[in-house]
Design a protein around this ligand. Structure first.
Ligand code: NAP
Ligand code: GLV
Length: 312
């Protein structure tokens, strides 16, 4: 029997059963048990999304933690995880494609003014609206890893001028790649549409704030599907209110669900999504998670292990 402790915040036992069914295709003897149950004490691995991490100290046989998402900040933000405990993340091409769909949808809605047409339809108005010519648009993507690099390439195929920013030097066909502090300034000052697809780490927290928003050109579009903590939200609200940021499209927030009294709800030029840009798909992710479980149980280093020093 391979016992895995499971916690996926906000989901029911059905979600756990579905994961167990998918994983059993690769590990027939697998049993998923709730992290909060006494059976979890038998677990050698844990499959987690936004879990109460203090519970993990009771699991004495743990060999590694697996994130149910591509991001691992929900695990590494805590200082409860021993530095030698392997943390593995999903890297699923399905999620990179799904995120690409969401980003393309957001970019096209913005340049074609979909919400303007939607409002006109409600008033029976049949009238062309101003359109931003895609040839004039420079897109800057912050974070060109497993997800951002795919998004960048799809956007170039649609004819956009795309730049990407990373920590280390990258070469991506058709994409202008920048790195480090100078590269950040280059992209932030020149882009018309800014897309954050960074992981949340001690180097990227609060990266979009009053000072960096001021570096952006007047009237830009800001899209965030990285993490809420990349943005000082009050500063974003101020820059949206003034029109310096013409439109913001957000999928992630410092506090989720977004509090009912948050200033974002009241701003017409902010489009809000409830953290759904690229959801984990058990059908496509199960095989790599099963492989990670097998590797950990056999004391082999699995693929997609997180660099604990870098935090992603
Ligand atoms: P990844 O493969 O680790 O890529 C991260 C990228 O960010 C890399 O290009 C990395 O640079 C760059 N980066 C990291 N720290 C940096 C720094 N200090 N300065 C400059 N660049 C830096 O991550 P991923 O799988 O693409 O996922 C990215 C994030 O997307 C996740 O962590 C998660 O927060 C978010 N996400 C959101 C959703 C959603 O539904 N909203 C879904 C999935 C993921 P290098 O290439 O040089 O390492
Ligand atoms: C979702 O936000 C993820 O990190 O997979």
């Amino acid at each position: 029997m391979t016992t895995v402790a499971f916690f996926n915040k906000g989901t029911s036992i059905e979600t756990q059963k579905n994961w167990e069914k998918r994983l059993s295709l690769f590990i027939p003897s697998i049993k998923l048990v709730p992290l909060l149950s006494s059976e979890a004490k038998q677990a050698t691995t844990a499959l987690l999304w936004k879990a109460p991490l203090e519970k993990l100290s009771e699991l004495k046989s743990l060999k590694g933690l697996i994130s149910l998402g591509q991001g691992v900040d929900h695990i590494l933000n805590s200082n409860l995880i021993p530095s030698n405990m392997p943390v593995i993340r999903i890297v699923d091409p399905y999620m990179a494609k799904s995120m690409s769909h969401w980003v393309i949808l957001s970019v096209l809605n913005y340049i074609r003014d979909t919400s303007g047409y939607y409002n006109q339809q409600k008033e029976n108005i049949y009238k062309p609206r101003d359109e931003i010519n895609f040839l004039s648009v420079k897109i800057g993507i912050y974070g060109i890893g497993a997800i951002g690099s795919v998004v960048a390439q799809y956007l170039t195929l649609l004819g956009f001028d795309v730049s990407g920013w990373s920590r280390t030097k990258k070469i991506i066909n058709g994409v202008k790649c920048f790195e480090g502090k100078d590269g950040f300034n280059e992209i932030i000052e020149s882009s018309d549409i800014h897309i954050c697809l960074l992981p949340l780490t001690s180097s990227t927290i609060d990266i979009f704030n009053s000072s960096t928003f001021k570096k952006m050109k007047q009237g830009v579009c800001f899209i965030n599907a990285g993490r809420g903590e990349h943005v000082i939200e009050e500063d974003l609200s101020i820059h949206c209110k003034s029109g310096h940021i013409a439109h913001a499209i957000l999928d992630v927030y410092r506090s989720e669900p977004l509090p009912k009294n948050h200033s974002f709800w009241k701003l017409d030029n902010i489009t809000l999504w409830p953290h759904v840009a690229a959801e984990t798909n058990p059908n496509t992710a199960a095989e790599q998670i099963a492989n990670a479980i097998k590797c950990l149980n056999e004391n082999i280093i699995p693929p997609n292990i997180v660099n604990r020093d870098l935090g992603y």
